[in-house]
Design a protein around this ligand. Structure first.
Ligand SMILES: C[S@@+](CC[C@H](N)C(=O)[O-])C[C@H]1O[C@@H](n2cnc3c(N)ncnc32)[C@H](O)[C@@H]1O
Length: 205
């Protein structure tokens, strides 16, 4: 007879999240964060989402579909490779950039009024810190700079990533008082029950 487990581990959720697909496209996010994202989009109503780290494009597709339902908005998704699925490439709300975030011209965001930025690339401390410093000025007041995968610390992998996103966030916040960690999203399902630990940064001024 089936016996229900009384608990499950972070490692099991981590293993599962690598297998998630959205409309058949791999989409590497923690289940809790999908729910938060759709609420954040409803709250912010962005007309531009910049995503650093496309991979196969599942997250860009998910976000683009949410924008499509609202009838407004574009995604600029940036990677260093071109591995996204055809359904992603052909989505009218998705614009793909393949030369890495350093080559992204910030002027491409001119003319958009509500901008949300997601950093989901290599997760190394240095890369995360540099990327969020470049893109933070684009984030609109009352919108978010979302820094993915601080969870690597809880998974015991921070050293591998030079301290990872959490270290980058801490240092970034020291010099950027216009952002604060938004407890509403961080603690939505329980304290830091997200893979984006410390990573929902709200622009308050
Ligand atoms: C964790 S995956 C992105 C996952 C995707 N956002 C999703 O949720 O399905 C990280 C991606 O970042 C890309 N990447 C690494 N360095 C980058 C850089 N300098 N600029 C842009 N993308 C980069 C990698 O090639 C990889 O595809």
């Amino acid at each position: 007879m089936f016996k229900r487990k009384k608990s499950f581990s972070l490692e099991e959720i981590d293993n599962g999240h690598y297998k998630v697909t959205y409309r058949g496209v791999p989409c590497v996010k923690c289940p809790f964060d999908y729910v938060l994202y759709q609420m954040i989009i409803e709250e912010v109503k962005p007309d531009l989402i910049i995503e650093i780290g496309t991979n196969k494009g599942g997250s860009a597709l998910y976000l683009a579909d949410l924008l499509e339902v609202r009838g407004k908005g574009q995604i600029h998704t940036i990677d260093i490779t071109d591995e996204s699925f055809e359904i992603v490439k052909s989505h009218p709300r998705i614009n793909l950039f393949h030369n890495g975030w350093k080559d992204y011209d910030l002027n491409l965001a001119a003319g958009f009024s509500k901008i949300l930025v997601i950093e989901d690339s290599s997760h190394s401390y240095r890369n995360t810190f540099d990327a969020i410093n470049k893109f933070a000025p684009l984030v609109s007041k009352n919108s978010y700079l979302i820094v993915e995968d601080g969870i690597i610390n809880d998974l015991g992998r921070a050293k591998e990533f030079g301290g990872g996103p959490e270290k980058a966030i801490r240092e970034f916040l020291n010099n950027n008082s216009q952002f604060l960690i938004c407890d509403k999203w961080i603690n939505f399902f329980g304290k830091n029950a997200t893979f984006n630990t410390m990573g929902y940064l709200k622009r308050i001024k």
